[in-house]
Write a new protein. Structure first.
Length: 227
């Protein structure tokens, strides 16, 4: 697999901080803007920038359910990864496959390395992290509770048999900031020697989780699973 020159930075990391930018325009006008994130290491050094590339009509019509494109760039401004979420209707039965959320991860842009695919579950978030052939590699299991209310929300990364805990995606509770503003902070943990493709897929899963569970909008003022 040919990867952009700065993607192997993930090889050197076992912990990533994803910090969403606070957008005051959204609070003042209820106009949904493109999401932006900083990706930093444990020393608070910038690793990547992530910017949503979605048109105004789509963002403000579909809000948290919107299809989106996220572009990951390095500190030199080179795009190293692209994440795409197609629109999925949520009006059908929960267990219908056409209603389940999915995101494609490309690295480098234009070359698919895998998919983050939602699995229907009555009380918790369940995802499979799949390779480019849609073969499952890892599972993501979210908490069975109300999301974002007074404590961290931990999404465990497990092996397919559920025996081994590979890592986690943790949405940090930031007190009043979490309540009043759409400015989420995630910590991603995985083994230092984990395969780069799997690290990239765990990284990508963080953003689908953010949109599905923690994205705040004027039309949907509470953090919830939007089905």
């Amino acid at each position: 697999m040919s990867l952009p020159p700065t993607m192997p930075l993930l090889y050197l990391l076992d912990n990533i901080h994803v910090l969403q930018h606070f957008e005051p325009l959204e609070m003042m006008t209820n106009f949904e803007t493109n999401n932006r994130y900083d990706v930093r290491n444990n020393l608070n050094q910038m690793v990547y920038f992530v910017t949503e590339d979605t048109d105004d009509y789509t963002r403000n019509t579909y809000r948290t359910l919107r299809p989106f494109v996220l572009r990951v760039t390095d500190c030199m401004g080179r795009e190293v990864m692209t994440m795409q979420r197609p629109f999925r209707c949520t009006c059908c039965c929960f267990c219908c496959s056409s209603c389940r959320q999915e995101m494609e991860v490309q690295c480098p842009p234009g070359v698919t390395i895998g998919f983050v695919s939602e699995h229907w579950n009555l009380c918790r978030a369940i995802y499979s992290l799949q390779n480019e052939k849609r073969e499952s590699m890892l599972k993501v299991r979210g908490p069975c509770s109300t999301y974002g209310c007074g404590s961290d929300s931990v999404f465990q990364i497990n092996s397919l048999d559920g025996v081994s805990n590979i890592g986690s995606i943790v949405r940090k509770w930031n007190g009043v900031l979490s309540t009043m503003a759409d400015a989420d902070h995630f910590e991603i943990h995985f083994p230092l020697d984990l395969q780069l493709q799997k690290k990239a897929m765990i990284f990508g899963a963080c953003f689908l989780i953010d949109f599905m569970y923690f994205e705040r909008s004027a039309a949907q003022p509470n953090h919830q699973h939007h089905h």
